[in-house]
Design a protein. Sequence first.
Length: 279
Amino acid sequence: MGLFDRFKKKAPEPAPKSEWPKPPREDTMALLLMDRVLEDIDPVIQHLQTAFGEGAVSDIDRSHPRVPAFIVTVDGLEFWCSYLPMPVPQEDRDIPAMAQYNLFLNPQEQETFVHHKSFWVVAQKGGGKTLEGKRRACWDFSLLCAALLELEGGVGVSVTNTALLVSREHYLTHCARMREMDWRDPDYFPVTLWIWFYRGLQEDKPTIQTQGLAEFGLPELGFFAPELPPQDILNYLCTMSSWQVTGKQLYRNMALIPLTEELEVVSKQDGDTIFFIGG
């Protein structure tokens, strides 16, 4: 059994492929990587109490001398945190391979991920039973990770069930904006903290696609054989992904989607992915 298998839960029975949203994955988990081994977690606990309130940290467990754990309550949701003073086992998550293919990491950030020294497991159990609940859980989860990354030694976050790695700088930039907003805002969700964007191939044609929307019970999105500049495609995918997560827009098979006043794309379902053709 892998190190993280005990946190995994059997996925809900899938609805027919054409029916979205499906039930999201109830549990949410990520790893937060550090560039050093912590001698003591007390400064972390104090910082979290400052960030979320004096009573935010509870059930501190030091029964294992090298793997302490505790509960953090953020906006009424409980998050289980455990610190492991070692690199992430490669059989559980191949961080070097993941760093190589993340579009938003610069070379220095890739190196920092590859050479991390320890990590936190952060998990939220059962908060994502609905799309709204999942969105809220991920929002509060992001604020907790940002608080941990504010401490010295934070490298970034690895999101479970995706190949996504998010650098410390990128994470803190998004969360500074989030602290001034409400998670219910239909026009914004920090998708680049939860969704991986990658280049792929479909029918021997290049694609730019998402990985991670399925966690929310939503179709993955992609552009098939895009002609627009990659940065434009990424901007469209970020906006489209955000609108799906907030419930503002749900993309379906064989629909015309306006990108601009002059440009429309047609959507085509392939399995659990909606591809946009013509962009």
